[in-house]
Ligand binder design. Structure first.
Ligand SMILES: C[S@@+](CC[C@H](N)C(=O)[O-])C[C@H]1O[C@@H](n2cnc3c(N)ncnc32)[C@H](O)[C@@H]1O
Length: 453
């Protein structure tokens, strides 16, 4: 057991994590990542499946670096900085709307004066300079010489052809507008204590109920470009698919038909049908999604359509009896339960449980949240879901921040939540199911497996 002080342990962790990270790079014949260059790292490419060692080494390194920074920085300065974190979202929105990354991609490493960039999009040059400098200070864009900016590895992702830009654009517009409502919403004596999906900050901001809608999706379609949202989601789907396919023992399911409940256009079913030619798929979703499903499979896996290996079914997961019953089916839900509060999840889960046989499996792809409590000094790494060590939090600090952000987002936008293993047990048990496995995946979400209790 370590007898080091917390500070000394963090310092040692940063150094040993760096060594481990570098040796994993070497073993994988991977290059050193660049900060200011524009070249993507091999592991940045969506679809690249880095080794488990790489994921763990990078996570612990990022968490340790973040914790050491939090230790040495003045706490007052840190709180001041964090309380104006909304400036980051605002600056990113300006950069995206100004198409700065596209303009700079054409200019190459010598960059362009912000005055030229500003002129092209009708902005005040000094104001755009301020925004780009603000971001360059966080290593998003380079300020090559005073007032002249170039892309770097991070800002290169903000070009219009990259779905990461769509995520940034959607978050810094639709979602950011609801953020100031969160505190008022939580303190509202009625809405704050309600778990009705419309009583959340997004519901108030966009007057979802008042405009006659019953959920966020319909109102969003009225107010925003839903194809941007779909592209934003694909930024995660495409990057995570290799991990979800590799990190669950799909082969053990034998000849099965995957029933993808709320499957959208089949973003998870498609790579699974590609990887396991003996699988069949049924994608169940709302009628509006059928067109996107057809296009998706026509473009990427037409064979599955022509051979009837996949089909789409209009299905309401709150009201319809699950038509596919018994041993031959595996039920699957990616990013469904995290969209709903417990009482709604229980309805969805009970309808699935009623169709399951004692051998059937339900595969839930969602974030497995961990508490932010500090990992004990004598923790067994095998007992931790996500790689972490003393004195870092189980939730991985800086490395787990995005999971926390999405959890917060679920509350703000849908009165919903990501879940810890205990939370999963609560909703599964209420529906007559039990958790039979947890699989940490090389993706932004993990896999929870359940069977009949
Ligand atoms: C966050 S998306 C996830 C889509 C898909 N599972 C994936 O991983 O890409 C949520 C999906 O739930 C679907 N949905 C919402 N309410 C539904 C309902 N009552 N019945 C069936 N699907 C529904 C939406 O149309 C959408 O496709």
């Amino acid at each position: 057991m370590s007898s080091l002080s917390e500070y000394a342990a963090l310092k040692a962790q940063v150094l040993s994590s760096l060594d481990r990270y570098e040796s994993v790079l070497k073993e994988g014949k991977l290059s050193e990542p660049s900060l200011n260059g524009t070249q993507m790292h091999e592991t940045d490419h969506p679809g690249y499946l880095a080794s488990k060692d790489f994921w763990d080494a990078r996570d612990v390194l990022v968490a340790a670096l973040g914790a050491l920074k939090n230790t040495v920085q003045s706490p007052a300065n840190r709180l001041q900085e964090l309380s104006v974190a909304h400036h980051i979202s605002a600056a990113l929105q300006v950069a995206v709307r100004a198409n700065a990354a596209d303009q700079l991609a054409a200019a190459g490493p010598q960059g362009l004066p912000a005055t030229d960039l500003a002129k092209a999009v009708g902005l005040h040059p000094a104001k755009l300079t301020k925004v780009l400098r603000f971001l360059a200070n966080m290593n998003i864009f380079n300020e090559v010489t005073e007032g002249v900016f170039a892309n770097n590895r991070a800002s290169s992702l903000l070009v219009t052809s990259n779905p990461v830009r769509d995520f940034v654009s959607w978050q810094t517009s639709f979602s950011l507008k609801a953020a100031p409502q969160v505190a008022d919403n939580l303190f509202d004596p009625k809405k704050g204590l309600s778990l009705d999906p419309l009583d959340c900050a997004v519901g108030t901001t966009y007057q979802i109920r008042e405009s006659g809608h019953t959920d966020m999706w319909g109102r969003m379609a009225e107010l925003t470009d839903m194809s941007e949202f779909a592209r934003a989601m694909s930024a995660f789907g495409d990057a995570g698919n290799p991990g979800w396919v590799a990190d669950y023992p799909w082969d053990s399911l034998g000849d099965t038909t995957l029933v993808d409940v709320g499957g959208g256009h089949g973003a998870l079913t498609l790579p699974l049908l590609q990887a396991f030619p003996h699988f069949k798929g049924v994608i169940q979703d709302r009628l509006e999604v059928e067109g996107a499903y057809k296009t998706h499979f026509e473009q990427k896996l037409p064979e599955a359509l022509s051979s009837n290996r996949v089909k789409f079914e209009v299905y309401d997961f709150f009201n319809d009896v699950q038509p596919h019953k018994g041993d031959g089916f595996t039920y699957m839900m990616r990013w469904i339960l995290h969209d709903w509060p417990d009482y709604k999840c229980e309805i969805i889960l009970k309808l699935i449980a009623a169709a399951m046989s004692p051998k059937s499996k339900l595969i839930i792809v969602d974030t497995i949240l961990q508490p932010a409590s500090i990992v004990p000094k004598d923790a067994n790494p095998a007992d931790l879901i996500h790689a972490s060590v003393w004195p870092l939090p189980r939730s991985q600090g800086a490395a787990g921040q995005f999971k926390m952000n999405i959890d917060f987002e679920m509350m703000q936008a849908l009165n919903a939540t990501e879940r810890t293993p205990k939370d999963f047990d609560r909703i599964l048990n209420a529906a007559g199911l039990k958790r039979t496995g947890m699989y940490k995946c090389r993706a932004q979400s993990d896999i929870v497996e359940a069977m009949l209790a």
